[in-house]
Design a protein around this ligand. Structure first.
Ligand SMILES: Nc1ncnc2c1ncn2[C@@H]1O[C@H](COP(=O)(O)OP(=O)(O)OP(=O)(O)O)[C@@H](O)[C@H]1O
Length: 249
């Protein structure tokens, strides 16, 4: 039996009259890449925010690494968040800092008593992993969108997260760079032993990176499984049209 690293059961969340999540059940297994698909406004970001305790759920349970998120005190929540890496859509690099400084920032802030050599070894190792060792002294403005994305992922990995959350990792990138980022996401899982949730609208990304995909429709996961199970045998018209729409694009 595969071990779960996160588990949501019967999760609901509304904003006023707007029912966004209406009974979400979802497991993330240790070591898997799980893709969450859903159209714009379906509640993917709300789900992730509840998972990391940035938003409060209405009902249901959200367990992460064995802990019920809503029961944690702020200090415990912050400690848990350090084990979760969030790769933002816009890479979220600090424009006034070099790549090295960007990478160093979360490390020195959260890990005390590191030597200069330990910090440099860590940064250089991660830049090697993402294929950009030569960018160490560059400014973010000198990097392409794909390179920024890679540096953002490297920076997220610097605290050795157990769970990686990728928010639209291929948004705004050309098709070749998308393939490179998809490859990097699967490589990160192998090299750093992470479990990941990848939020995307991009079915090519979903197919390339997902061990399983989960489709969020009307506030629930209507289909969860391998890409081929979910799409190639889909009977639900909306799941079929999601597939057709993506590939017509
Ligand atoms: N803090 C909030 N207050 C009120 N409404 C919110 C809040 N956060 C999200 N919503 C609403 O919840 C719905 C789901 O939003 P969410 O950002 O999760 O969508 P999404 O699936 O991530 O969309 P996209 O793919 O466009 O990023 C939207 O209608 C949004 O307006």
């Amino acid at each position: 039996m595969m071990e779960k690293i996160a588990e949501m059961k019967g999760l609901t969340k509304s904003f006023g009259d707007l029912k966004v999540l209406q009974g979400v059940d979802l497991d993330l297994y240790k070591g898997e890449n799980l893709v969450v698909l859903g159209k714009s406004g379906s509640g993917k970001s709300v789900l992730i925010k509840i998972l990391v305790g940035l938003l409060k759920k209405d009902e249901g349970s959200v367990m992460v690494m064995g802990k019920e998120i809503s029961e944690l005190k702020l200090k415990e929540l912050n400690a848990l968040r350090l084990k979760i890496g969030f790769s933002f859509q816009n890479s979220a690099l600090y424009d006034s800092m070099t790549v090295r400084e960007n990478m160093e920032f979360p490390l020195v802030r959260n890990v005390k008593n590191l030597t200069r050599k330990e910090i440099d070894t860590k940064i250089e190792g991660l830049l090697d992993s993402v294929g950009l060792p030569q960018s160490i002294n560059q400014m973010p403005s000198e990097l392409s969108g794909g390179q920024k994305k890679r540096i953002g992922i490297a920076r997220t990995l610097i605290l050795n997260p157990q769970i990686m959350l990728y928010d639209e990792p291929t948004a705004g990138l050309d098709p070749i760079t998308c393939v490179e980022i998809n490859t990097l996401i699967t490589q990160v899982r192998e090299e750093y032993n992470t479990s990941s949730i990848v939020i995307t609208h991009d079915l090519t990304c979903a197919k390339a990176t997902g061990d399983r995909v989960a489709v969020l429709l009307d506030g629930q996961f209507k289909a969860v499984g391998e890409f081929s199970e979910v799409f190639e045998n889909a009977t639900d018209e909306r799941i079929k049209s999601f597939y057709d729409y993506n590939f017509i694009q």
